[in-house]
Design a binder for this molecule. Structure first.
Ligand SMILES: Nc1ncnc2c1ncn2[C@@H]1O[C@@H](CSCCNC[C@@H]2Cc3ccc([N+](=O)[O-])cc3CN2)[C@@H](O)[C@H]1O
Length: 266
């Protein structure tokens, strides 16, 4: 157990600035909705397509390491009764709480994302209806530590029907063994036969969030698939995206993005 490494990661996150992080990754140029060649529409498409199959549904979905973002939940909200957001930092949980409860006063403006998802889902759903639906389903915003055997601090019963996670495990694990342990830890939250949709960074070694410079364990496609296989998953789908030079803007050294849909063995 790389306890020193995990402690160093925790320390580095003390200066994580959610607003700077949102500015770096969820505003233009990375938040460009004009073409699916851009990172954000690509991520939203992966999630919309996965949920559109109808294979992924149930009572509870848990988002692992929600951060200050909600886009990763937009296509999930039609398929679950309850959506649980989680994050290690109170500042991130507060961002989510503010968006869910404070009538968007002072919260980040996710409306372009909600409008885009309604467009690509093609159900003619008014975006304000989707926004209200997601807020209503986000009933819990919990602390989490993926390096703990019980990441939520307690045994979850019943386990979740599905997990979603965006850019978390590789950004909080000092090395590959730590990533694999964290994946095994969060897998205890998922029921056998449950689905895990993960989006993450390929070959990234650092990213910036205000004064914080966070280390990332560089992962390749083969590493991700191997980690999931070693944690008892069958890989249902894997897609990857190469970062165009126009989106390499100095806020990180990410080379690409992966999307994996994996199912926990029954
Ligand atoms: N022990 C822990 N357990 C659980 N969560 C923890 C723990 N420690 C920190 N956290 C929590 O996990 C963190 C998740 S945010 C991690 C950001 N990952 C890197 C960033 C992401 C990104 C986004 C978008 C695009 N793009 O091109 O569109 C590219 C990239 C590449 N760079 C943060 O919420 C922290 O609060």
């Amino acid at each position: 157990m790389n306890a020193n490494g995990v402690a160093a990661v925790a320390k580095s996150y003390q200066t994580f600035n959610p607003r700077a992080y949102l500015q770096n990754n969820y505003m233009p140029p990375r938040a460009n909705f004009t073409s699916e060649e851009f990172a954000v529409p690509w991520k939203l498409r992966c999630l919309a397509d996965a949920f559109a199959t109808g294979d992924i549904h149930g009572r509870t979905l848990i988002d692992i390491g929600t951060g200050p973002t909600i886009y990763q939940l937009l296509s999930a909200c039609d398929y679950f009764e309850e959506i649980v957001a989680t994050d290690y930092l109170e500042v991130n949980r507060a961002e989510i709480y503010s968006w869910v409860h404070d009538n968007n006063v002072g919260a980040f403006d996710w409306s372009p994302y909600i409008q885009h998802v309604c467009r690509i889902e093609g159900k003619g759903e008014p975006w304000k209806e989707k926004e209200q639906k997601l807020k209503k389903k986000m009933t819990k915003i919990l602390p989490i530590d993926v390096h703990q055997p019980n990441p939520l601090g307690y045994e979850l019963s019943p386990p979740a029907n599905a997990l979603v996670s965006a850019f978390c495990l590789e950004a909080v694990s000092p090395d590959r063994p730590s990533f694999d342990r964290a994946l095994r830890n969060v897998t205890t939250l998922l029921k056998p036969g449950g689905h895990f949709l993960m989006i993450g960074a390929l070959e990234e070694s650092f990213y910036l969030a205000g004064e914080a410079k966070l280390s990332v364990v560089p992962m390749k496609e083969a590493d991700i698939k191997e980690s999931f296989a070693n944690s008892g998953y069958r890989v249902r789908n894997f897609r990857s995206y190469d970062m165009p030079p126009s989106l390499k803007i100095g806020v990180d050294d990410v080379q690409g993005i992966f999307f994996i849909h994996a199912q926990k063995s029954a």
